[in-house]
Design a protein. Structure first.
Ligand SMILES: Nc1ncnc2c1ncn2[C@@H]1O[C@H](COP(=O)(O)OP(=O)(O)OP(=O)(O)O)[C@@H](O)[C@H]1O
Ligand SMILES: [Mg+2]
Length: 298
């Protein structure tokens, strides 16, 4: 099982869209996939459920809340859902896609967890540091999760404690970004913060972690008749210059295809045959998945 965090603390860069489509395409290729929505905005959850179909289901918020109150984590597998629409498509192909959903109040759990460790600056000296930072890692080590090939975690646009539990649990990290100058600066900062987290954690943990950034995925790339806009190519170039791995496959801007997929509660990569623009987007998402598999192969 490989655990992959999809992160960028810049908002609206395509994290959730990449997570949903990668997960769906992997499942369509016969893999057993678990997606975890760690964002209180719950966009990943609503990529697979229409709001009216999502009411009483358990969410990761209750799981974190239970830990905050009892200090003993509940088994995480009790929170796993199987969204209907996407599984109706991928199950005949031998795969499945499961989801641990999110909901708004997760923000409070994040603050409570940090407070329990004595505030953000003093966490490392807290006797509970390892238990809290390893919450998700230990929960996923439960044998009930052995049946999954890939776990993808959609992180919120921040570097708070809940996000850090995802990074501690991860073998790999993917960074979706928009191809513009400020995003490129943000990527370097993200790498610095990830290294600091790993260094801090490894200085107290008996077993070191090594979450590896396998690549920046450029999303919402705008095309002209002659190919991607030139200014965007410059940003991609700048990322390689700071020696960040970059996915060769980029994802183009196609608001209508992404929005329509949202309304169907099935990611765009699995949408029915459509216009040339839709087919281009699907092709790119499929290529991205192949590249993902190559980059995560042990
Ligand atoms: N390739 C694309 N073309 C056009 N629109 C897109 C594309 N990918 C994502 N979007 C749209 O851009 C918005 C942000 O995308 P998304 O939610 O995936 O980003 P995010 O990084 O997860 O955002 P947040 O930081 O809020 O979690 C959404 O409205 C989504 O539908
Ligand atoms: Mg998101």
């Amino acid at each position: 099982m490989s655990v992959v965090s999809v992160i960028n603390y810049k908002g609206g860069v395509g994290k959730t869209t990449v997570t949903a489509n990668l997960g769906a395409e992997l499942a369509a290729r016969g893999r057993k996939v678990l997606l975890i929505d760690l964002d209180p905005q719950a966009s990943l959850t609503y990529s697979f459920y229409r709001p009216s179909d999502f009411t009483e289901q358990p969410t990761i918020r209750s799981w974190f809340d239970a830990f905050v109150t009892t200090r003993a984590p509940e088994p995480l597998f009790k929170y796993v859902l199987a969204p209907h629409a996407v599984n109706a498509i991928v199950q005949p192909m031998g795969g499945n896609l499961h989801l641990i959903a999110s909901q708004l109040g997760l923000v409070d759990a994040d603050l409570d967890l940090a407070a329990g460790l004595g505030g953000s600056r003093f966490q490392k000296s807290s006797p509970r540091y390892l238990q809290v930072y390893r919450l998700l890692a230990d929960a996923l080590a439960d044998p009930s999760f052995n049946k999954y090939d890939t776990v993808l975690i959609d992180c919120p646009p921040n570097f708070n404690l809940v996000t850090r539990t995802a990074l501690v649990a991860s073998d790999h990290v993917i960074v979706p970004a928009r191809p513009d100058y400020l995003s490129t600066l943000g990527i370097d900062l993200l790498r610095t913060r990830l290294s600091a987290l790993v260094e801090d954690y490894n200085s107290v943990a008996p077993t070191p972690i090594n979450p590896e950034i396998i690549g920046v995925v450029y999303t919402m790339v705008q095309y002209t008749a002659n190919g991607p806009l030139l200014t965007q190519q410059t940003s991609v170039q700048a990322t390689t210059e700071i020696e960040m791995p970059v996915f060769r496959q980029t994802i183009r801007d196609n608001k209508s295809a992404v929005t329509e997929a949202g309304l169907r509660a099935v990611p765009a990569v699995l949408s029915p045959q459509g216009t040339a623009a839709v087919e281009n987007l699907r092709y790119e998402l499929q290529q991205l998945t192949s590249e993902f598999l190559a980059r995560t192969r042990p």
